[in-house]
Design a protein around this ligand. Sequence first.
Ligand code: WQD
Length: 337
Amino acid sequence: MATILVTGGAGFIGSHTCVELLGAGHEIIVYDNFSNSKPEALERIKKISGKDFRFVEGDILDLDALDKVFDENKIDAVIHFAGLKAVGESVQKPVEYYHNNITGTLMLIKAMRAHDCKRIVFSSSATVYGVDNPVPYVETMPTHTSTNPYGYTKVMIEQILQDVYTADKDWSIVLLRYFNPIGAHKSGLLGEDPNGIPNNLFPYIQQVAVGKREFLGVFGNDYDTPDGTGVRDYIHVMDLANGHLCAVDYVLAHKGVEAVNLGTGKGSSVLDVLHAFEKACGKELPYKIMPRRAGDIAWCYADATKAKELFGWEARYGIDEMCEDGWRFIEQNPNGL
Ligand code: WQD
């Protein structure tokens, strides 16, 4: 088994991935500054996995701190989650987003290179497909535009990592393009725990279900979709976590750069998700049709063929289980972790 550095490992996807890595017998070191996560997530990882692990509180912009982690640990590969990820916020704060996400990633790459650690799984996003590609999105499609600074940080970091490999063929890199991660660990101990008013659909629905929000605002019902509301490829966070386990095993055994979609290949509308959550929680959830949200597109879903061919990975869970597991978490943690 290997020792994996997990930047942002206390976050939503990071924490669920840590559970998978520990369950598979890997050693992990979590590196997180708690800018969008809480120390309690680390306790929950230990409780679920029954295993202890090293943790370093640090910022990806701090090259000295990163070097120290590599000096003190023999790290075989890195999964890089740490980064700012709120689309709307990135439009208001582009400088902070470009600095944190891109400079931070460059610091991580410099520390890795200085310690001869050249295997990385990068947390990318379907947002790199922009608005001009036809669905279902395929990895070979052009990915050089986005609709917001956050999305551009993912486009640019993918390019940086491709150039790192071009300069040094000893690197092994997987760029995981997430679609819409939702749900929670089946224990109810881990789940999405956003700060403030949720930007994303699923955590907002969760908060309506526990009475923290009065109703769900549905951002437009006049899209060219079956019920007029936006269609997305929602993927269970545990399926996503398992995809990271496959990607780590892949980078440990190969060299080169591979972009890989992690999605189900199926689309669900806003109202599909709302009704599935009503079924899971056993109550009707109020909603109001609102104007469209700037930057939203009608359709976004994956062609998931490559993950199946390259990793032997495919999503196991459907929207009903995502909602059942998401309801269990929020019911047990109405105020988050
Ligand atoms: C989903 C659907 C909304 C909230 C974003 C990022 C993407 C990735 C995943 C990081 C859309 C509708 C939402 C609400 C609503 N994140 N909606 N009411 O926009 O598909 O993707 O998160 O990588 O980069 O862009 O996710 O959950 O915000 O929206 O009607 O209160 O739900 O219009 O159709 P999105 P989302």
